[in-house]
Design a protein around this ligand. Structure first.
Ligand SMILES: Cc1cc2nc3c(=O)[nH]c(=O)nc-3n(C[C@H](O)[C@H](O)[C@H](O)COP(=O)(O)O)c2cc1C
Length: 444
């Protein structure tokens, strides 16, 4: 049995289009509508997360937007370029970890190795690489390809990560002498040439980058299939997860832990981080109104979806009235959407139809729409149940949503002994408690 006493949770912030994670965030009064191209905005957001002692910021990357027709009314969900953002943020922050997504299917190992290790040097040991395989044909088309099968994507991913880590370790730990008196710059015989010939990819060469303060970047992963478990079990220190219920999250976390064990690792070396979306405002009513202001224009579409989730008709309902007793009795939560049971529970509390939607029941992750204590309670329950090792937060609007979390949720978690009061060290490896590693992990 795992001992969770005295453990602290890990908290990360997602950073995407510069506005926030609710539709309509870019139109919020007071928000600069050009933040999509603003590196100052990205820096500002990371600095607030650092004030809250978050262990990392996480940048997803497609690179694509799910449905280009959405561009008519919504900002794309991604950074202009994740590495450029993190380079800018690295120079303006001191402690927070900097994690970017990079596809193993569409990048050369050498390119990944060079960019992430350079970022690791620039940030003094704070870089992380979210190694994902990409799943969309739209992404593949950008590279003039079609998407390979899961087997082939992950087959290549195993080789790419090993090559990347081999490149990271190719400049020996003590090879850099830079002795001005003796004239020796580096010990040539401690700098190795990587040479790997795999089923999917080959590479030969050397990466001329010495170790960073944490040695080399930390590997993250995001994926849910059995292949993802295998991959992360071998190589990842952190999994960016998605789960709607404690039970599901426990299962997912255990699958990754079991896989790590299979490869001779301590299961605590792999942290499962659950997603969470937030609208933190002093009381539930004000929070619901804030949500409605952001996504009110989408109510008809969301109601149509809620009908499917509950298996009842809602199109004749008054938006300002709760569901009728008859509707609540007839409702059957869809077994295909884990959010349905939560939606029904909220509907049964007697909220009006539009308020049910405003609770974020159709969000990508569990949503907290209310005061900070509700977020803290949610996080405590999941953490103590062994459902996760921490959370990655997607605030509704970044400009004030991160501050709200930092000022209203973080102090409660700290008071309860669930979250650290300050950084334990200076590197991402220290923040997440990952073991030392330089080059390939010989165990896996
Ligand atoms: C929380 C989470 C975040 C993800 N972020 C990205 C991302 O930024 N870019 C991307 O291409 N895929 C992302 N994915 C997709 C996964 O990499 C993966 O391809 C997908 O979940 C399908 O799983 P599988 O490949 O294991 O079958 C993410 C998945 C999850 C669960």
């Amino acid at each position: 049995m795992e001992n969770r006493k005295n453990r602290k949770m890990i908290i990360g912030l997602t950073s995407g289009n510069g506005y926030g994670f609710q539709p309509g965030a870019w139109r919020t009064p007071g928000i600069d509508p050009t933040d999509y191209t603003s590196y100052d905005a990205r820096v500002r957001h990371a600095q607030v997360a650092e004030r809250g002692k978050f262990q990392f910021i996480f940048l997803p990357d497609g690179p694509f937007t799910d449905d280009s027709s959405l561009l008519e009314t919504e900002a794309p969900n991604f950074n202009l370029d994740v590495m450029m953002t993190l380079a800018a943020v690295a120079r303006e922050t001191k402690r927070i970890g900097l994690v970017a997504t990079g596809s193993t299917t569409f990048n050369a190992p050498y390119t990944l190795a060079k960019q992430f290790k350079a970022l690791d040097i620039m940030s003094h040991g704070r870089a992380g690489w979210n190694a994902i395989t990409s799943t969309s044909n739209d992404v593949a088309a950008i590279y003039g390809q079609t998407i390979p099968s899961s087997r082939d994507r992950y087959g290549r991913a195993h080789e790419v990560v090993q090559l990347v880590q081999a490149f990271w370790g190719s400049w020996g730990k003590d090879a850099w002498v830079h002795n001005q008196q003796s004239g020796q710059f580096a010990k040539y015989d401690e700098i190795a040439t990587v040479s790997l010939k795999g089923n999917y990819i080959n590479a030969r060469g050397t990466l001329y980058i010495p170790p960073s303060e944490q040695g080399q970047p930390i590997v993250f992963h995001a994926g849910g299939s059995p292949n993802a478990h295998e991959f992360a079990g071998r190589f990842a220190n952190v999994v960016i997860g998605a789960a709607f219920t404690i039970e599901d999250s426990i299962q997912q976390r255990n699958a990754f832990r079991e896989s790590a064990k299979k490869y001779g690792r301590d299961p605590d070396e792999i942290k499962f981080i659950a997603g969470m979306m937030t609208t933190i405002v002093k009381d539930r009513r004000t929070a619901l109104d804030r949500r409605l202001q952001l996504m009110g224009h989408l109510l008809p579409q969301r109601i149509a979806y809620l009908q499917q989730m509950l298996g009842i008709r809602l199109d004749g309902n008054d938006l300002n009235e709760p569901l009728s007793q008859k509707q609540l009795e007839a409702a059957r939560p869809s077994p295909y959407d884990p959010r349905s049971a939560i939606a029904l529970k909220i509907a049964k509390e007697g909220w009006s139809l539009k308020d049910v939607i405003a609770h974020g029941i159709i969000d990508y992750h569990p949503s907290i729409v209310g005061p900070g204590i509700e977020a803290a309670d949610h996080m405590q329950a999941w953490f103590e149940a062994g459902a996760c090792d921490g959370f990655w937060i997607s605030p509704d609007v970044l400009d004030d949503g991160i501050d709200a979390f930092v000022d209203e949720v973080v102090p409660i978690l700290q008071e309860r002994g669930l979250f650290h009061k300050d950084y334990e060290g200076t590197t991402l490896r220290e923040h997440i408690g990952a073991p030392e590693q330089y080059g390939i992990d010989p165990r896996v």
